[in-house]
Design a protein around this ligand. Structure first.
Ligand code: ADP
Ligand code: MG
Length: 389
């Protein structure tokens, strides 16, 4: 990554000084530690911010124009705040326009600006580079225009930008953690109430290691919709049988599943079992963190993987291989796929003394068996969106 000084040089070479307010801001990507496919079942997720970010430098203009330069694509897009059109070619501009659109809908007055941005979050690998881009854009605009947008409000407007302008039907997790993340903490989010709580995540001698399978998430959309339907089916089934309100699988306990689930088709039963046990695992993982019990935390991560692999069936051979290889290494407390599945990354809890061996062994075996060039990122619970000095 280029340093801030170098980035300002690039900025100044591209744009004349307007004499107006300027600043540099960053927002992180994230990894979900546990709680997969629980969000659309009104359940719990537990992501943390990673030390990979999108950095944006910007200065206000005295007109309504936005000039946005993506360093990583080497492209500049120019548009007016008054005329936000969806871009097919420079797709990244839609995240910026979407955020502007949502801020305007909230009746804030904003000025045009010149901006450049760059990032080191791998794109499309499930570490949520898109949310980081939205959040850093919102943070930049709010800061330079002195808008009083509360953190949760900002996360939600970024989610709406992705839903409405970009057209991706995402939940709240990615924008929440990118905006609300704090160094040394994971973030427990209740996807029913949108309430959240920072949970101290003290790694001590461990690090969070992310393995990027480099498998493109292929089938994801149709499989995703199928899973959602199966969950709704299971939820309706329990709503008819249980004597309390069931609005989503969040409302069904493991005991109720075991006692009353016999009438479900086998496949629907397994889908429900994943969601119900996964919600439990998130809450158990949070209590483990509160006791500084990383061993239990790691075991829950691994159980989550097996549940995603066997019951929910959203893993793939490469992710399974990465988890299997990881669990054979010394100093590993847990390993699981993270994100929607069918590709993307795994997340592992590895003792720092064994990280070099972990990287060498897992990469060698994985690359040999799959012919892919795996990438590894060693990280920790990092900071959320912020202004850079
Ligand atoms: P992810 O899982 O990383 O969020 P998405 O497909 O949701 O994957 O979002 C990736 C998109 O976000 C890219 O296609 C691009 O438009 C935008 N993006 C992410 N990072 C950058 C970057 N560093 N520079 C420009 N655009 C970016
Ligand atoms: Mg995304």
């Amino acid at each position: 990554m280029r340093g801030l000084k170098e980035l300002w040089q690039i900025f100044e070479e591209r744009f004349p000084d307007t004499g107006l307010r300027k600043g540099a801001f960053a927002a992180p990507g994230r990894v979900n530690l546990i709680g997969e496919h629980t969000d659309y079942n009104d359940g719990f997720v537990l992501p943390m911010a990673i030390d990979k970010n999108i950095t944006m430098l910007a200065q206000l203009r005295d007109d309504q124009e936005v000039r946005a330069y993506s360093l990583d694509y080497g492209r500049e897009v120019i548009f007016s705040l008054l005329d936000l059109e969806f871009e097919k070619e420079d797709f990244w501009a839609n995240y910026i326009k979407g955020v502007i659109d949502e801020i305007k809908k909230m009746d804030y007055y904003i000025q045009g600006m010149n901006l450049i941005f760059t990032g080191d979050i791998p794109i499309g690998s499930g570490l949520s580079s898109s949310a980081a881009l939205e959040v850093v854009t919102a943070y930049t605009i709010a800061s330079l225009n002195d808008l009083d947008i509360q953190p949760v409000e900002m996360a939600l407007l970024c989610q709406r930008a992705e839903n409405n302008f970009v057209g991706v039907n995402c939940g709240i997790m990615d924008q929440y953690i990118s905006r609300l993340g704090k160094e040394g903490n994971a973030l427990l989010i209740d996807c029913r109430s949108n309430e959240y709580e920072l949970v101290r995540f003290s790694l001590e001698d461990y690090q969070v290691v992310i393995c990027n399978s480099r498998v493109e998430r292929g089938l994801v959309d149709s499989e995703y919709n199928q899973r959602r339907e199966e969950c709704e089916k299971a939820s309706r089934y329990f709503a008819e049988r249980l004597d309390h309100r069931v609005l989503a699988l969040r409302d069904v306990t493991v005991e109720e599943l075991e006692k009353e689930g016999g009438g479900l088709e086998e496949i629907t039963y397994r889908r429900a079992r994943h969601v119900i046990t996964e919600n439990n695992r998130v809450l158990m993982a949070v209590s483990a963190l509160r006791k500084n019990d990383l061993e239990t935390f790691g075991k829950l991560m691994t159980e989550s993987h097996y549940s995603l692999r066997d019951d929910y069936e959203v893993s793939c051979p490469e992710l399974d291989l990465l988890v299997e290889l990881a669990l054979k290494q010394k100093g590993v407390l847990g390993a699981r796929m993270t994100g929607a599945g069918f590709g993307g990354c795994t997340v592992n809890l590895v003792h720092k003394d064994y990280i070099d061996d972990f990287i060498a062994n897992v990469k060698k075996a994985y690359d040999q068996e799959t012919g892919k060039d795996m990438e590894i990122y060693v990280t920790w619970p990092a900071a959320g969106a912020r202004e850079l000095a």
